[in-house]
Design a protein around this ligand. Structure first.
Ligand SMILES: *Cc1c(COP(=O)(O)O)cnc(C)c1O
Length: 418
């Protein structure tokens, strides 16, 4: 959002307060122009013959967001058979979808095979079962390079004790399975975790992957996963994508020369593409002053946006109703019957009850991690596309909460009354 003449404006000059009165709060708003900007920035950073960016859709799964990336020419990274189906429904060609599950059954993987998508396997047990069941279906192997990276133990997935990927020490076993089953390995993959700070981690992982790649003769692509870091607050360090792009491209091009063929360089960013595109608008229900703190209690909670509570994530919070009032210190909390603090001691332009706050950087892992805890409805979602706003998810209703609950006719009290 930009601040202009004492008002915040979304792209295309759209007034967020008007969206809030049109669609009500709490409300997620996504700006597709920002998604496009981020996509193009990564796309332009690499200088290789074949580049494919697969949007990791678990970050934000609304089908319209998937369609935005399909139009931009992205592929799709999926982690469940349901995400595969969403991607197909959004119009992605099966070969533009890669399925990267962890600890799922061979049955689910076989469903993905039937849809014709790329298959990425991350343990030797399933590799063996897969080779026996589908010897003619080419696969990608997820390698664990044992690199500690990422801002958080929950999102760092490439270290030695991680459950993800086949350890690079186990490559001899992987080779034996491939030979015994007659599998074709068409891709190699690594993903070290969310929130990687610098090119060094990528390059260290890349060397390991290139070493392994030289021993697989049938490769079409090498996928370096994601973990591109975006700044959540002023002064945060972001991945220097241009620097990373230049260094990886050079190294990749050299590798392709040695390998004897031009492979496709793949990445699968989620957060980088959608985080900044999301804005979460909430209404202040209560201002509560205690002896030590001023709480701003909002009409939302960890049921709608759990990153601050789950990952200790920082999200900037601004007063949209009154951008330039006298700043005071607030602790912004939710309405859930559990401590759900969005931000502690934040300097925010003076807040009154009924005013609208915006929780920024709410595109990635916010709505997609929302739940119905406390029997609350999940928020509506709006997308701004080419300067116009569209409702892309309806606010839930009581019917949604009850949809799959089955009332059994066994209760005495009910029987007496009926
Ligand atoms: C979650 C995930 C991503 C996306 O990570 P971001 O930090 O959102 O960019 C990419 N690849 C795989 C396999 C993932 O599980």
């Amino acid at each position: 959002m930009i601040l202009e003449n004492n008002r915040y404006l979304l792209s295309g000059g759209i007034d967020p307060l008007e969206l809030c009165s049109k669609y009500d709060c709490p409300l997620y708003v996504y700006d597709s122009a920002i998604m496009e900007r981020q996509y193009k920035r990564i796309n332009d950073a690499f200088n290789v013959k074949n580049l494919k960016l697969n949007y990791a859709c678990k970050a934000l799964t609304n089908i319209n967001v998937l369609k935005v990336f399909n139009e931009l020419g992205a592929g799709l990274d999926t982690v469940s058979i349901q995400e595969v189906k969403l991607g197909l429904k959004a119009g992605f060609a099966p070969q533009d979808i890669i399925y990267t599950p962890n600890c799922v059954s061979l049955e689910e993987i076989s469903l993905a095979v039937a849809e014709g998508v790329k298959i990425n396997i991350d343990n030797t047990s399933i590799l063996e079962q897969f080779g026996q069941a589908h010897p003619d279906v080419p696969v990608c192997i997820r390698v664990n390079p044992h690199i500690m990276a990422g801002g958080n133990s929950k999102t760092s997935v490439g270290h030695i004790d991680s459950k993800f990927g086949i350890s690079f020490h186990q490559m001899p076993l992987a080779h034996r399975i491939v030979e015994a089953t007659g599998l074709t390995v068409e891709g190699l993959h690594m993903h070290t975790g969310s929130g990687i700070l610098d090119a060094e981690v990528f390059l260290r992982g890349a060397e390991i992957l290139f070493n392994i790649a030289s021993e697989f003769p049938d490769l079409d692509y090498i996928d370096f996963g994601s973990g591109f870091k975006v700044p959540y607050k002023e002064g945060d360090i972001a991945t220097d994508i241009e620097d990373l792009g230049e260094k990886i491209s050079d190294r990749f091009n050299t590798f392709c020369e040695e390998y004897g063929r031009d492979l496709t360089l793949m990445f699968e960013p989620g957060k980088y593409l959608v985080s900044e595109a999301g804005f979460f608008f909430v209404k202040v229900n209560v201002i509560k002053q205690t002896t030590s703190t001023i709480f701003a209690g909002i009409d939302s909670g960890l049921n709608h946006l759990i990153r601050p509570m789950f990952y200790n994530a920082y999200h900037e919070i601004v007063n949209v109703s009154k951008p330039t009032g006298k700043p005071r210190f607030y602790t912004v909390v939710g309405y859930i019957c559990e401590t759900d603090t969005f931000g502690t001691n934040r300097r925010i332009s003076e807040i009154h009850e009924g005013e609208i706050l915006c929780i920024e950087h709410a595109g990635a892992y916010c709505s997609s991690m929302a739940s119905n805890y406390n029997s609350r409805y999940r928020p509506a979602e709006v997308m701004i596309y080419k300067g116009k706003d569209y409702l892309i998810r309806k606010r839930e209703t009581m019917e949604d909460l009850l949809r799959n609950q089955v009332e059994v006719p066994v209760f005495v009290k009910e029987k007496v009354e009926s």
